[in-house]
Ligand binder design. Structure first.
Ligand code: SF4
Length: 313
């Protein structure tokens, strides 16, 4: 409550309950993917001015938070509705220059919006920007991507991932994939499965397509049977778990800078998120509240639940 008395801190009321507060930088989407209702519900692109964003981040910083997450409906389009050429890259540059926020994380971003400008700013500030991109793939079949109205091909997506990994070798890439989109044949599904195996995402969220009234895809007549959707989801999840295990195992023995988020009062085990987006569990003394929202350095010792167990260095 003391926080909300400060001027210009309306956002903190919503975000202080998160130990990694979110800062919403834009709203709306005009991409009109055929399965998605968001453009109809949320309207066109509306970006928050940079002065307001910088102020929110400074307020959070003053209140002791050491990681913030930039979010929005379609953050790669940040700035397209603003008058000048100010975009996500320049916003990040200004956050790096004008605030002392220790770590900035970019939430979900579309593949086409990760360009050289953005990569070079991340590279320049790699100590302060979480090495993690969540890039929705949805399908590895060009026919399905086109039916979804997703503006890339399997080849262009794969090539961009290679560029990203070349520039930022430590980057973690996670994704969303949808199964059972209308018209998805066995061949289309196999293309997705092969692509997912090849790219080796660090985490895979698998969704079964479900028709939403009001979307263009709702009118598509060539729906996929429920049992087929389930089987395809199972195969993709299995594949995702294998890549996830490899990724988690590679991180054992490494040091991680972890944003401390919560504590289980019964077990006394705390948890937080590493820069490369792994849930890290650790033991802490009774003074957890002192480190909530702060970045702490831990060494990962072993696999534990959905992440790693670590100890103080
Ligand atoms: S899926 Fe994402 S990019 Fe596509 S229309 Fe919905 S919000 Fe926009």
């Amino acid at each position: 409550e003391t926080i909300t008395k400060k001027p210009g801190t309306a956002c903190i009321r919503d975000t202080q309950k998160h130990s990694r507060p979110i800062v919403k930088i834009q709203d709306g989407c005009e991409q009109n993917c055929t399965y998605c209702i968001i453009p109809k519900v949320r309207g066109g692109y509306r970006s928050t001015g940079s002065i307001e964003i910088l102020k929110k981040i400074k307020d959070l910083e003053e209140n002791g938070f050491e990681e913030v997450v930039l979010t929005g409906i379609h953050i790669g389009k940040y700035g397209v509705d603003l008058k000048n050429t100010y975009g996500l890259d320049r916003l990040i540059e200004d956050i790096m220059a004008d605030t002392a926020m220790k770590r900035l994380r970019i939430s979900s971003i579309e593949i086409n919006e990760i360009d050289d400008g953005l990569l070079s700013i991340i590279l320049k500030n790699r100590e302060r920007i979480a090495p993690h991109f969540h890039i929705p793939l949805q399908s590895g079949s060009d026919a399905i991507l086109s039916k979804m109205a997703r503006p890339y091909t399997a080849v262009s997506f794969t090539e961009k991932v290679s560029i990203i990994r070349k520039v930022l070798p430590e980057i973690t890439i996670t994704t969303d994939v949808m199964t059972g989109f209308p018209g998805e044949s066995d061949e289309d599904f196999n293309d997705t499965l092969e692509m997912v195996k090849k790219i080796r995402f660090s985490k895979l969220h698998v969704f079964k397509y479900s028709p939403r009234p009001g979307t263009r895809a709702f009118e598509f007549k060539d729906g996929v049977e429920g049992s087929v959707k389930s089987e395809r989801s199972r195969k993709l999840r299995e594949c995702g778990e294998r890549s996830r295990d490899l990724f988690i195992n590679k991180n054992i023995g490494k040091n991680h800078i972890v944003a401390a988020e919560m504590i289980n009062p019964e077990s006394g085990i705390a948890s937080g998120t590493s820069g490369n987006y792994i849930k890290i569990y650790f033991r802490t003394g009774p003074g957890f509240e002192k480190i909530r929202g702060k970045l702490i350095e831990l060494t990962a010792e072993e696999k534990y639940k959905d992440g790693l167990f670590a100890r103080y260095i």
